[in-house]
Design a protein around this ligand. Structure first.
Ligand code: GAR
Length: 215
């Protein structure tokens, strides 16, 4: 199978991007990270990508007068590099329906909560306020509605008495780093795909790929 060409879109430190790069460095991984793109020229992740020998590109949203023209520039960058698949990894710009529809079924995101709970921001703070006993992260296909797309994979962590926003974020992030490469692998090798608004798991659903839970 041809390795799929993947772009990772970031806005900050890029720790999930690093976990994807490291996973894709294994020769048997069915995809290669061909581009890292940030809307913030000062994103720490850009340097980390370059250090791994990956093209790192900044397209500063502030340089564009409209959301559409900014997204057109991103779209052009992706298409000119023959990108097959897009991973949002801490990319903090809301995308328009135009862009999302162009990449329908070919763009996933990682979100730091067990969706559909806690869409949007400050997920760990809100989980603590609600007193939930389990929390986690989700990889989902991107649809125009924010954090609402069909779910590919989830990881669960316990919320432990005395947890702070930081301690909970750390526990979730450790799972994000394991979950995102697993989910991307399932998509690149065709085990998970978007089919009429649902995720279709073929060649057998594998709990190790789609679900991580506390022991
Ligand atoms: C991650 O926790 C990711 O789930 C979250 O931003 C962080 C990025 O960290 N994404 C969102 O909140 C998207 N709505 P990273 O730059 O170290 O990967």
């Amino acid at each position: 199978m041809n390795r799929r060409r993947i772009a990772v879109l970031i806005s900050g430190r890029g720790s999930n991007m690093v976990s994807l790069i490291e996973a894709a460095q294994k020769t048997e991984f069915p995809g290669e990270i061909a581009l890292v793109l940030s809307n913030r020229p000062d994103a720490g992740g850009l340097e980390r990508a370059k250090a791994s020998g990956i093209e790192a590109l900044a397209i500063d949203h502030k340089a564009y007068s409209t959301r559409e023209s900014f997204e057109q520039a991103i779209d052009e960058a992706l298409r000119s590099r023959d990108i097959d698949f897009v991973c949002l990894a801490g990319f903090m710009r809301v995308l328009t329906s135009w862009f999302v529809e162009r990449w329908e079924g070919r763009m996933i995101n990682i979100h730091p909560s067990l969706l559909p709970l806690f869409r949007g921001t400050h997920t760990h703070k809100r989980a603590l306020e609600e007193g939930v006993l389990v929390h986690g992260c989700t990889v989902h296909f991107v649809v125009p509605e924010l954090d609402a797309g069909p779910i590919v994979a989830q990881a669960v962590v316990p919320v432990i008495p005395g947890d702070t926003e930081d301690s909970l974020a750390k526990r979730v992030l450790a799972q994000e780093h394991l979950l995102y490469p697993q989910a991307l692998r399932m998509i690149c090798d065709g085990r998970a795909s978007l089919d009429r608004g649902r995720v279709l798991f073929t060649k057998g659903w594998n709990a190790e790929g789609a679900l991580r839970s506390p022991s």
